[in-house]
Design a protein around this ligand. Structure first.
Ligand code: CMP
Length: 219
């Protein structure tokens, strides 16, 4: 718990008290934690594994809004405003979480003023990311959106190996297309072209990319 960034400003004894109010859960891959429009009753922190946050269209298409891993928290919006869940949360792999009830979450914010600022900063960052996503969808072509999504995944999940960045893929290709907001066919065309140019190498569960060259394509 003391390694969770949200709690980094708290004294160990306060973290201990909060830990007593949280329940640890181990979830299998592909478990729906809650759905868009469900009532919001709990707050989640990821200890290990990955969770995707997405919206679904009336036709059943999905748009991935965010991918969270160790240290990230989610589920705060509906607890703060009392409205239904703004999106669906689903695990992408076996995932360990800690879960706090709404009453304990609100009580925690009343007791620890600093945590309000941390949560606010997180919500502000998400709003900035959402603005980026909206302008990417409005102003950028398919190719740029795919490259931006690859760069985003590399920044979040990538590990350096010689001159390349290796990204263990928490998402399959279909989910990558849902993150970039492009069709599968469009995604594959861009990936083939990037592979031809030796900027990206795709494997079953990971990809390698030349981050410096890919970033230079975005300028
Ligand atoms: P809540 O609305 O309770 O449930 C869905 C959660 O997904 C939400 O709280 C946030 O924690 C998270 N979420 C919703 N929209 C976004 C977004 N655009 N970017 C990142 N996280 C989001």
């Amino acid at each position: 718990m003391k390694h969770i960034p949200l709690f980094s400003s708290l004294a160990p004894e306060h973290i201990g008290l909060l830990a007593d109010r949280m329940e640890k859960r181990e979830q299998d891959a592909q478990t729906i934690l809650f759905r868009e429009n469900d009532p919001g009753d709990s707050f989640f922190i990821v200890l290990s594994g990955t969770v995707k946050i997405y919206r679904t269209s009336p036709e059943g298409d999905e748009k991935i809004l965010a991918v969270f891993n160790a240290g990230d928290s989610f589920g705060e919006l509906s607890l703060i405003d009392g409205k239904p869940r703004s999106a669906t949360a689903q695990t992408l792999e076996n995932t360990e979480l800690v879960v706090m009830s709404r009453a304990h979450f609100l009580d925690m914010l009343k007791t620890h003023f600093d945590l309000n600022l941390v949560i606010m900063a997180e919500i502000v960052q998400r709003m900035r990311d959402t603005n980026d996503q909206v302008s990417d969808l409005m102003f950028f072509d398919v190719r740029t959106r795919v490259i931006k999504s690859l760069v985003k995944l590399a920044n979040r999940f990538g590990e350096r190996s010689d001159h390349t960045i290796v990204v263990q893929m928490p998402l399959d290709r279909h989910e990558l297309s849902q993150m970039a907001g492009v069709k599968m066919k469009e995604l594959n065309e861009v990936l083939y072209d990037l592979e031809d140019r030796q900027l990206v190498k795709m494997y079953a569960s990971y990809f390698e990319l030349n981050l410096i060259k890919l970033r230079s394509l975005l300028r």
